[in-house]
Design a protein around this ligand. Structure first.
Ligand SMILES: NC(=O)c1ccc[n+]([C@@H]2O[C@H](COP(=O)([O-])OP(=O)(O)OC[C@H]3O[C@@H](n4cnc5c(N)ncnc54)[C@H](O)[C@@H]3O)[C@@H](O)[C@H]2O)c1
Ligand SMILES: [Zn+2]
Ligand SMILES: [Zn+2]
Length: 393
């Protein structure tokens, strides 16, 4: 089969690999119909995630059709169309019982913190991902969700990560009626967090970034105010000026370890790796939120320490929440929002490329070229499959 392959930082290509086969009675094999590139993949692409092995295939946002099932799989059959949450989870451990699927204790032998994730280095289990023609899906009765016929395929693929992550980011902000919510990052996750903030009763939503086309898109897509941080000397001072001197009720970090905007943070966090990523947005959030406010973090940081202003957070009485999203928990509600016309996730897709052009797709997305917000990859043969809603593009 054809698959994306990592060769080292900034070096990827498509190669022919053996097609995955059933390895365990609970596995399924899915033929990929659409996959996306996530902001999280950029951390891998830039060489920031430890134990990203040469030869591995990325991709944790994919939908497809089941082509084989193991002998113990009960709920899926060959031919089923499924969306596959980025989390690999068992459904029965202590955490899964509490719907904390992103923290499953059974799918990542490498860590007691993070659960398994498709195509996301050996730090999350070493599973191959979905930027390929086929992918092995472990615990196939648990993660995959059958795609309803009325759901557009491009909306379905965004439900595997970006939409639920943005939604959970807003949910963890515990937004109350009329709150002012500041979202850092106008990538896919920030866009869906901003949109979700309105669903939860926000009175005002402000999105911060430094890429003008992304800020323009955010103001249209999420009807929000925007701030270009390149035009701001002191972020906290700017937010306070916009909020009667108090600060925002909620700040949401949808940027993570590769934040721009502070030279020292970038030097120590990204270049010299003295901390697990630039903590720029964490500082901005702590300083920009009001006393007693809430901070929600979904932007990804490395596993070791960051220079974090815990003293300010304590003195201000802040509540901090953060996690990998638990995708499956949010799906029923998000599908209802899509059906009701509150949200059309596919509006953020700017690029649709054949899998063979995966290197170009990473370059466009990473370097913010050609207005890129979200790129979708189409494997060879995918459009020959019958699909009730959305094919071909
Ligand atoms: N927790 C989870 O479950 C989860 C899931 C998916 C993605 N993520 C993480 O969410 C983050 C965003 O993902 P994405 O797909 O939207 O990525 P993206 O790279 O498309 O977007 C990030 C945006 O942040 C902007 N940015 C950089 N520095 C900034 C700063 N100081 N202030 C404000 N904006 C700044 C960039 O210009 C970019 O537009 C990544 O860290 C990704 O790893 C987490
Ligand atoms: Zn992701
Ligand atoms: Zn589990």
């Amino acid at each position: 089969m054809l698959a994306m392959e990592y060769r080292g930082p900034y070096r990827i290509r498509t190669v022919h690999k053996p097609t995955p086969a059933i390895e365990h009675p609970h596995d399924a094999i899915v033929q990929v119909v659409r996959s996306c590139i996530c902001g999280s993949d950029l951390h891998l692409y830039h060489g920031l995630v430890p134990d990203t092995r040469v030869g591995s295939t990325f991709g944790h946002e994919f939908i497809g059709q089941v082509v084989d099932v193991g002998s113990e799989v009960k709920s899926l059959q060959v031919g089923d169309r499924v969306l596959v949450p980025f989390n690999i989870f068992c459904g029965t451990c202590f955490y899964c019982q509490r719907e904390l699927y992103g923290n499953c204790h059974a799918t990542n032998p490498e860590s007691t913190a993070a659960g398994g994730i498709y195509g996301y280095s050996h730090t999350t289990g070493g599973y191959d991902g979905g930027q390929a023609q086929y992918v092995r899906v472990p615990m196939a009765d648990v993660g995959p969700t059958k795609i309803p016929d009325d759901l557009h395929m491009e909306d379905a693929v965004l439900l595997t990560d970006a939409v639920p992550t943005g939604y959970q980011a807003a949910e963890m902000g515990d937004i109350r009626e009329g709150d002012t919510v500041v979202v850092f990052g106008a990538g896919p996750i920030g866009l869906f967090a901003a949109k979700s903030a309105w669903f939860m009763g926000a009175g005002r939503v402000i999105v911060v970034d430094h890429v003008p086309y992304r800020l323009d898109f955010a103001s249209r897509f999420a009807q929000c105010e925007t701030i270009n941080f390149l035009e701001v000397k002191d972020m906290a001072e700017r937010i306070k000026r916009m909020t009667d001197g108090l600060g925002a009720d909620v700040c949401i970090d949808c940027v993570g370890a590769e934040a721009a905007g502070n030279f020292l943070q970038t030097l120590t966090g990204v270049k010299l790796k003295l901390q697990a990523g630039a903590a720029t947005v964490l500082h901005w959030a702590v300083n920009s939120v009001r006393k007693g406010g809430r901070i929600s973090i979904v932007g990804v940081y490395g596993p070791t320490f960051n220079a974090f202003p815990i003293g300010n957070a304590l003195n201000k009485g802040l509540t901090l929440r953060m996690n990998q999203a638990s995708v499956k928990r949010h799906l029923p509600r998000l599908i209802e929002h899509i059906r009701a016309g509150h949200l059309r996730p596919r509006d953020i897709i700017t690029h649709r490329l054949p899998l063979e052009e995966v290197a170009d797709a990473y370059h466009l997305f990473s370097s913010k070229l050609d207005g890129c917000i979200k790129a979708v990859l189409i494997p060879p043969g995918a459009d020959a499959l019958a699909w009730p809603n959305g094919s071909p593009t």
